[in-house]
Write a protein that binds this ligand. Structure first.
Ligand SMILES: Nc1ncnc2c1ncn2[C@@H]1O[C@H](COP(=O)(O)OP(=O)(O)OP(=O)(O)O)[C@@H](O)[C@H]1O
Length: 308
């Protein structure tokens, strides 16, 4: 698997003396959706801003599609589109003019057909002659994406793409991001929403206090760190657990009407068979059962907490 972005030994200390990034090494694979997850102030925006050439690194190197972001700035930047957190665009311009202008900034020749396609893909075509200030917040966000795509980048950074947008627009954005990925664009998104990472990402990186503390395939991460629970609804409530079951990770819930067994999904033996047998021997009968798995949210919270 080839990397499209390669970050090595990157650190950033701001003029204030604050070290926002410690030593970051990170490879983004061509064609993936990578979610960078981290609490407020973890360094997500700093990292993205360095890769996009908006902030200078203190140490380290970054290559974007083979181009050094400092030595070969123009070529690197041409490969990258950035949708920033803040809406930064001229309120009095029309949608189409704004997006066309963005393409021009990269020295790309005019291409009205391409601009039309981008606006259509983002459901902005009907609004092409509308001034930005007359658009809803969600529409403005779409304009920011259209602007970032106007020079046909191969890598798209989305900094908190769905912060503060409603559920419907969030779903639209997710669909759009998947379509872009299907068209060969590599996507890196930062998010506070675990649900977003869980839904979208192929791989997840967790950043905390300026350090990447974990990079993992999403499914692998969930499998590795996921604890599963088996909940048994009992036929008759139990006041206490019998001693014969002391060896199992069991807890009573719902006033003794439920028995919750926690087990490790990565373990070779979960112990379920033995537990069910022991329950039978103890005369405990159940009428229903269900399993649940810890979400990425639980995993994330425990990871960040264990570091602080
Ligand atoms: N120009 C700056 N000068 C000094 N400190 C800065 C500057 N920009 C950011 N910082 C600090 O660096 C740290 C990381 O900020 P950054 O914006 O990268 O975090 P983030 O993970 O993107 O957070 P959020 O999720 O809140 O956007 C923060 O403590 C922030 O206050």
């Amino acid at each position: 698997m080839t990397s499209i972005i390669s970050v090595s030994g990157l650190s950033k200390t701001y003029a204030s003396g604050f070290q926002a990034l410690k030593t970051v090494d990170l490879d983004i694979r061509r064609g993936e959706i990578f979610a960078l997850l981290g609490p407020n102030g973890a360094g997500k925006t700093t990292l993205i801003s360095i890769i996009c050439g908006l902030v200078n690194p203190s140490t380290g190197t970054v290559r974007a599609d083979g181009h050094d972001i400092l030595g070969d700035y123009r070529a690197a930047r041409a490969k990258i589109g950035l949708v920033p957190q803040e809406l930064t665009t001229d309120a009095f311009e029309t949608v189409r003019a704004t997006v066309s202008f963005s393409r021009g900034l990269f020295g790309r020749p005019r291409d009205p057909a391409l601009i039309e396609q981008i606006l259509r893909d983002l459901s902005l075509w009907d609004k092409r002659d509308t001034q930005i200030r007359r658009l809803s917040g969600g529409m403005k966000r779409r304009v920011m994406i259209a602007k970032a795509l106007a020079h046909e980048p191969r890598i798209l950074f989305l900094d908190e793409p769905t912060a503060g947008v409603d559920v419907e627009l969030r779903q639209d954005m997710w669909q759009l991001v998947r379509r872009l990925r299907d068209n060969g664009v590599t996507i890196i998104l930062t998010t506070h929403y675990i649900e977003e990472a869980e839904e979208m990402a192929d791989r997840i990186g967790v950043i905390s206090k300026g350090e990447i503390i974990l990079v993992e395939d999403k499914t692998e991460l969930m499998r590795k760190l996921g604890r599963k629970q088996l909940t048994l609804s009992l036929q008759a409530p139990l006041a206490a657990l019998p001693d014969s079951l002391a060896a199992y990770d069991l807890a009573l819930a719902a006033g003794g009407e439920e028995l919750v067994f926690t087990y490790d999904t990565k373990a070779e033996r979960t112990g379920i068979t033995a537990l069910l047998q022991a329950l039978g021997e103890a005369g405990i009968r159940f009428k229903d059962l269900r399993t649940s798995q810890s979400s990425l949210e639980d995993i994330f919270v425990s990871l960040v907490r264990s570091r602080s």
